[in-house]
Design a protein around this ligand. Structure first.
Ligand code: 3PG
Length: 389
């Protein structure tokens, strides 16, 4: 377990660079839920209470270059509404010359607008480092990825001046309880987008869980690899061999895997009218979007038997609320169960927050792919700078 060391820092009139994951879900440029924003507040409040000043940095989305609708400027009104003094800064190089104002936040432009963030550019790391005297990584959602601000920048600060934040600590603790001694039966429910990123991580769960449910869109690459019909559903043809290998590993590890027995499907396009189809009779032109009622009923029974349930599975599209109803029903079953329940991923949490009893979920995580990666291997790029030597 990595401990935050920043409680020993004297932050009066000092600037702290806080790398956060404020990659909030957006609809028409509006923040759909502020979960990732409220989650970072304990770290921010701690620094401000100690009379420190913050350089707050995040990515939003996956922009190719500068996409104005993904500017971090859209976060400013939210912080102001919560009573924070915050200023948006586009030109990083001006910060070193600015006076340090205690209890003040400088919000950097979307880090992914700068080519150096994803190119691993040391010059960019040095530019960022000049803005602050201390560094905190509180971006749990990115610990599995390489990025200048998370994997190079920490080394620009001495070991005693870099730390993980309070959110990161809370997340790591929650997942450590899953890996160290989870109560069995342990059920994992996996689906949703970012298929290419997530499939290789499915095998990470096989030595921990008793049952894995594979749902849209992840399931279609597995089903195609097994020679089953999937119509025009989303498949990543480049990883079919990986899928076959994972199925064999699951069988070898005695892990049961569940596929949907019915689907909510569209025809030719995802916004065509939807119908429920049986998994045994998948039309050539159908696109599986979510699971159908029979699958929801079956997984609800599994949830009731389980002692631990992990879900990273945002099926459907936020623009079409009916496509997200099955996910919502599955999450409600989790909320009503007595199992230890963990939900990971921005979109999964977005749906969870719409369920009636979401407060009963044991842990809502700000990470998705990060959570899967951490369950697999704790030595992740974003955490290595904080490992004790
Ligand atoms: C997430 O939303 O999972 C994190 O912010 C990471 O985003 P990315 O998958 O676009 O790197």
């Amino acid at each position: 377990m990595i401990n935050p060391i920043f409680s020993s820092w004297n932050l009066r009139n000092k600037r702290v660079f806080v790398r956060a994951d404020l990659n909030v879900p957006l609809s028409d440029g509006k923040i759909r839920n502020d979960f990732r924003l409220t989650s970072i507040l304990p770290t921010i409040d701690y620094i401000l209470k100690k009379q420190g000043s913050i350089v707050l940095a995040t990515h939003i989305g996956r922009p190719s270059g500068q996409e104005p609708e993904l500017s971090t400027q859209l976060l400013v009104p939210w912080f102001k509404q919560q009573g924070y003094t915050i200023q948006f800064v586009q030109d990083i190089n001006t910060i070193a010359m600015m006076e340090i104002v205690p209890q003040h936040i400088l919000l950097l432009e979307n880090l992914r607008f700068f080519p150096g963030e994803q190119n691993g550019d040391i010059v960019f790391a040095k530019e960022l480092a000049r803005t602050a005297q201390y560094y905190i990584n509180d971006a749990f959602g990115t610990i599995h990825e390489h990025g200048c601000s998370t994997t190079l920048l920490p080394y620009e600060f001495s070991e005693h001046r870099r730390s993980i934040g309070l959110l990161m600590e809370k997340e790591l603790q929650a997942f450590d309880t899953l890996t160290e001694n989870p109560a069995h039966p342990f059920l994992a429910i996996l689906g949703g987008g970012k298929v290419k990123d997530k499939i290789p991580l499915v095998s990470s769960l096989l030595h921990k869980v008793d049952t894995v449910a594979l749902y849209p869109a992840i399931c279609f690459s597995f089903l195609k690899a097994l020679g089953k019909p999937v119509g025009k559903s989303l498949v990543d043809d480049t990883i079919l061999d990986t899928c076959k290998k994972i199925i064999l590993e699951a069988e070898f590890a005695n892990v049961s895997y569940l596929f949907p027995v019915d689907y909510q499907a569209g025809y030719n396009t995802i916004n065509s009218s939807l119908s429920i189809i049986s998994a045994d009779n998948f039309p050539d032109n159908a696109i599986g979007i979510s699971v159908g009622p029979q699958t929801v009923e079956l997984i609800s029974k599994e949830i009731n038997h389980a002692k631990t349930v992990f879900l990273n599975c945002a099926m459907g599209f936020s623009e079409y609320p009916t496509t997200q109803q099955s996910t919502q029903d599955i999450i409600e079953a989790m909320a009503q169960s007595s199992a230890k329940t963990i939900i990971a991923g921005g979109d999964s949490v977005d749906i969870a927050l719409r369920t009636e009893h979401y407060q009963n979920i044991t842990h809502l995580s700000t990470g998705g792919g990060a959570a899967l990666a951490y369950l697999n291997n704790k030595l992740l790029p974003g955490l290595i700078p904080f490992e004790e030597t």
